[in-house]
Design a protein. Structure first.
Ligand SMILES: Cc1cc2nc3c(=O)[nH]c(=O)nc-3n(C[C@H](O)[C@H](O)[C@H](O)COP(=O)(O)OP(=O)(O)OC[C@H]3O[C@@H](n4cnc5c(N)ncnc54)[C@H](O)[C@@H]3O)c2cc1C
Length: 417
């Protein structure tokens, strides 16, 4: 009888966490299988803000030049228009070695990591393979069940198994493996959901990426060169009710907030052009079990404030590779203490950013989207402080570089030819 297929490490999920970790482990000489349920990386509004912490990791593995050749828009500073008053808020200028964040289609970043991974014979990326559960023996995770990913109306594919000495769940905020492992998350809540849509940009439009708060509405406009990527905030759960109304309701709110877009709101043809991000902020109390580690959104879903999700996922991947690559190159079981060490390194930076996000949600966003009739204003002391670039550097540093930033220390073996 044939032995069941097996690998040293199985990573579930080919998002930023899974692709970066797969590449780092393959580069360190570990046999790694990455399972990604979709057939490609092409999904719109998936999160595109690449911060300096990610650029530094890419530089450390020799991918920065290729990354900089990807289509992108660089942002050095961000302003808010609060009840008609323009206020500079966040400034990357003066920070080193990168004085900007980059808006890069996430599929381009993932394709870059996949292409680099494929240079290593021990990197096995399997697209359209969806993990469905965990295999456990003697209180330890020893693999996953999986099948070909089929659309929900197609006949279900039959399950196969893949045994692995270590399973790493990078399967995002709706993690199948988190549910299978019955790991409990602390839910921190959010007052808002985000409606994402795009609108054409004209040459006469503002150049910068900025946020606008007025009349109980809030919208962030990200300059994507030929179009605006718009994030329109609605009170939590308000999306379903809004969608029962004509699309003109959204168009009119957009025109009120950004009058320069009034001539093209008809490009939002229907609610089908609008994608909802249900904002979720949570963190697992424990990110591991014997034979299983969770990282990225599977361990901690982030608020969209600061656009940190991709970057924290990549930092988790770097920390996991640093801690586990050498152990995975051997043949011994991976001790749970090594998995706990990954959580110990990443918990503090994650919770620090979440605390800042939760404070901003409570103090700014809840008030900005409340239809109370009282206009939101920037307090005079805050306005005075924000005139100093070094003060505006603080949020840029926190979101862009982050407390506890990880340097790539996992080895390269064999050296790439
Ligand atoms: C609409 C939207 C906008 C966002 N905007 C931003 C932003 O501007 N900036 C930012 O930094 N972050 C943003 N985020 C968050 C960001 O996308 C995530 O924080 C980040 O991608 C997390 O990376 P990850 O690898 O942990 O998980 P994910 O990116 O969620 O990747 C998980 C991967 O696992 C795959 N998968 C899921 N289940 C299975 C399974 N059972 N088997 C196999 N594969 C599976 C999925 O297809 C996916 O490819 C946004 C998120 C959304 C939804």
């Amino acid at each position: 009888m044939d032995a069941a297929p097996s690998t040293r490490c199985c990573i579930v999920g080919g998002g930023p966490a899974g692709m970066m970790l797969g590449l780092l482990l393959a580069r360190a000489g570990v046999n790694v299988v990455v399972l990604e349920k979709h057939g490609d990386f092409l999904r719109d509004f998936r999160g595109d803000t690449v911060h300096p912490s990610t650029m530094m990791a890419l530089q450390q593995i020799g991918l920065l030049e290729k990354f900089e050749r990807l289509p992108q828009h660089r942002i050095q500073h961000l302003a808010g228009i609060v009840s008609g008053h323009t206020q500079e808020l966040i400034d990357f200028r003066g920070l080193a070695p990168f004085d900007h964040l980059a808006l890069v289609p996430q599929w381009d970043l993932l394709a870059l990591l996949a292409a680099e991974g494929r240079r290593y014979p021990n990197f096995d990326l399997r697209m359209r393979r969806m993990a469905t559960g965990l295999i456990e023996e003697g209180g330890r995770v020893v693999g996953v069940t999986m099948h070909e990913y089929v659309k929900s109306d197609a006949p279900a594919a039959s399950d196969e198994t893949l045994r692995a000495d270590l399973v790493i769940a990078c399967d995002g905020r709706h993690s199948t493996l988190r549910a299978a492992a019955k790991l409990a998350a602390n839910e921190y809540g959010a007052p808002m959901d985000v409606l994402w849509f795009r609108m054409p940009r004209a040459d006469t439009d503002p150049q910068e990426t900025f946020g606008i708060v007025d009349s109980g509405h809030m919208m962030v406009l990200l300059n994507r060169n030929d179009y605006w990527q718009a994030a329109f905030l609605v009170p939590k759960g308000g999306d379903a009710q809004l969608r029962t109304q004509p699309i003109e309701v959204l168009r009119s709110a957009v025109s009120t907030l950004a009058s320069f877009l009034a001539d093209r709101t008809s490009t939002i043809e229907s609610w089908d052009d609008v994608k909802t991000l249900e904002v979720q902020v949570d963190c697992l109390g424990q990110w591991h079990q014997p034979g299983l580690l969770l990282i990225g959104d599977a361990a901690h879903a982030m608020s969209p404030i600061g656009g940190v999700g991709i970057n924290l996922a990549i930092q988790d991947a770097v920390a996991a590779a640093n801690a586990l690559a050498e152990l995975l190159r051997g043949n011994d079981p991976i001790p749970e203490s090594a998995l706990a060490a990954v959580q110990a390194r990443r918990m503090k930076p994650t919770r620090l950013v979440q605390r800042v996000q939760l404070t901003m949600q409570k103090r700014i966003i809840s008030r900005a989207i409340a239809q109370s009739g009282t206009p939101l204003t920037v307090p005079p002391l805050v306005r005075w402080l924000l005139q100093f670039r070094r003060v505006r550097n603080i949020p840029a540093w926190l979101f862009g570089y982050g407390y506890g930033r990880e340097d790539v220390r996992s080895p390269v073996f064999p050296p790439p030819g």
